[in-house]
Write a protein that binds this ligand. Structure first.
Ligand SMILES: O=C(O)C(=O)C[C@]1(C(=O)O)C=C[C@@H](O)C=C1
Length: 163
């Protein structure tokens, strides 16, 4: 029988999903401000933080950077998708939203946990069952097509299928 998913996977996916869920709030601030979704300087800062944090967590800085880069790509995928929907509708949801400078510290705050959980899962990335575990556990987190695609993007490099 196939081996069950390691305990390290579920918390990692929960944190990946938590980070992704901030994309909706970020997109609303960008709708309001008209600022571009892409903020290259901020991305460089987030990734530089990941490299620094990796050193403290027995994690290869390049792998930490790659993981966070995938999270940023997934975040933008949600934002572009939502902005396109709101543009077509000429309106965005009328819900209260924090400022971008209140959301960014929340993204920063979960990053150490995300990297720790990634470090804990690292030995299982090469397991031949990894893609099956991922497919199974992702399914329960998907709330709609857009966020589903983004979660697929966010976790697209978690399993190492050849080397
Ligand atoms: O902070 C922002 O402005 C975001 O849109 C969030 C985020 C991220 O995922 O960290 C994504 C896209 C930007 O290019 C920079 C950072």
């Amino acid at each position: 029988a196939a081996s069950p998913a390691p305990d390290a996977l579920q918390p990692l996916l929960a944190t990946i999903n938590e980070r992704l869920s901030f994309a909706d709030q970020v997109a609303l601030t960008k709708w309001d401000s008209g600022k571009p979704i892409q903020d290259t300087a901020r991305e460089a800062q987030v990734i530089a933080n990941a490299r620094k944090q990796a050193a403290q967590q027995k994690l290869d800085p390049e792998q930490a950077a790659d993981l966070i880069a995938a999270q940023i790509e997934a975040n933008k995928l949600v934002q572009y998708g939502l902005l396109a929907i709101w543009q077509a509708a000429h309106k965005a949801p009328d819900v209260p939203r924090p400022d971008l400078n209140q959301i960014r510290p929340k993204l920063d705050a979960l990053q150490a946990r995300l990297l720790q959980q990634y470090a804990d899962f690292t030995p299982y990335r090469v397991d031949p069952e990894c893609p099956n575990w991922l497919a199974e556990q992702r399914a329960s987190l998907i709330k709609d097509a857009l966020h589903g695609q983004a979660l697929i993007r966010a976790t697209g490099e978690l399993c190492v299928t050849d080397q």
